[in-house]
Design a protein around this ligand. Structure first.
Ligand code: ADP
Length: 220
């Protein structure tokens, strides 16, 4: 599903040059759940941004489902992202004035797409949100808000779910629950998942841990 080869990302400002990603090669199979770990500043977010086509590599190849996407033009990028990539962040990024249901279908509607009610219903049920559809995000607990964010990411039927510290703001019990649900939905909707985490216990529940230091993979 994901194959990157000899990937580099260098950030240049007038004074400094930072090599955030240093010759990384990585493959993630369809349906695989990979955790990315490493100290702050080692390049995790940069890697996730490139995998999510939010940023492009300085050099190297990125094949997404067999297509080289690392150096695509912005217009093609947007098209390719659609349906392929879903995002979940540490800060849930829900719209406070919209209900849970409205938040979940927002990306589909912004995209001018039609909501697949049956599928969205399945996602809502899988994440245990049936009774909260008419609530506002502010009326939910942190764990519930993150479940809404996951439902919103899944609603667009992405082949790949990219998560940046999805349990970073949750207590350990809630983190484990949210992770269990991500695993269930990942399996149910045959998704590939790549997740950044600082939490060793959470990472242990993935299929594989990729450890990064100074922009390089040091273990996997
Ligand atoms: P992590 O997510 O592991 O904490 P990042 O990927 O955010 O690490 O950052 C990796 C390195 O790249 C850091 O040294 C960071 O300062 C640098 N970096 C990240 N984004 C930028 C940017 N937009 N401009 C300049 N340097 C950046």
């Amino acid at each position: 599903m994901i194959e990157i080869k000899g990937l580099n990302k260098v950030f240049r400002t007038e004074e400094v040059e930072t090599t955030a990603i240093n010759n990384i090669s990585l493959q993630v199979e369809k349906g695989e759940f990979v955790a990315i770990m490493g100290p702050s500043g080692c390049g995790k977010s940069t890697l996730l941004n490139i995998l999510g086509m939010l940023d492009s590599p300085t050099s190297g190849k990125y094949y997404l489902d067999g297509v080289e996407v690392g150096h695509m033009k912005e217009s093609e990028r947007t098209e390719t992202r659609k349906g392929k990539l879903g995002f979940v962040f540490q800060s849930f990024n829900l719209v406070p004035v919209l209900t849970v249901r409205e938040n979940i279908v927002l990306p589909i509607q912004l995209d001018g797409g039609k909501v697949d009610e049956r599928y969205v219903g399945e996602v809502v049920t899988a994440l245990g949100l049936e009774k909260k559809l008419n609530s506002l995000p502010g009326q939910l607990s942190g764990g519930q808000q993150q479940r809404v964010a996951i439902a919103r990411a899944l609603a667009t039927k992405p082949a790949i779910l990219l998560a940046d510290e999805p349990t970073g703001n949750l207590d350990s019990r809630t983190s484990q629950d949210v992770l269990s649900l991500m695993k269930v939905t990942g399996r149910k909707f045959s998704q590939t998942m790549v997740m950044i985490t600082h939490n060793e216990e959470i990472a242990q529940r993935s299929d594989r841990i990729v450890r990064i230091e100074d922009g390089r993979i040091v273990a996997q």
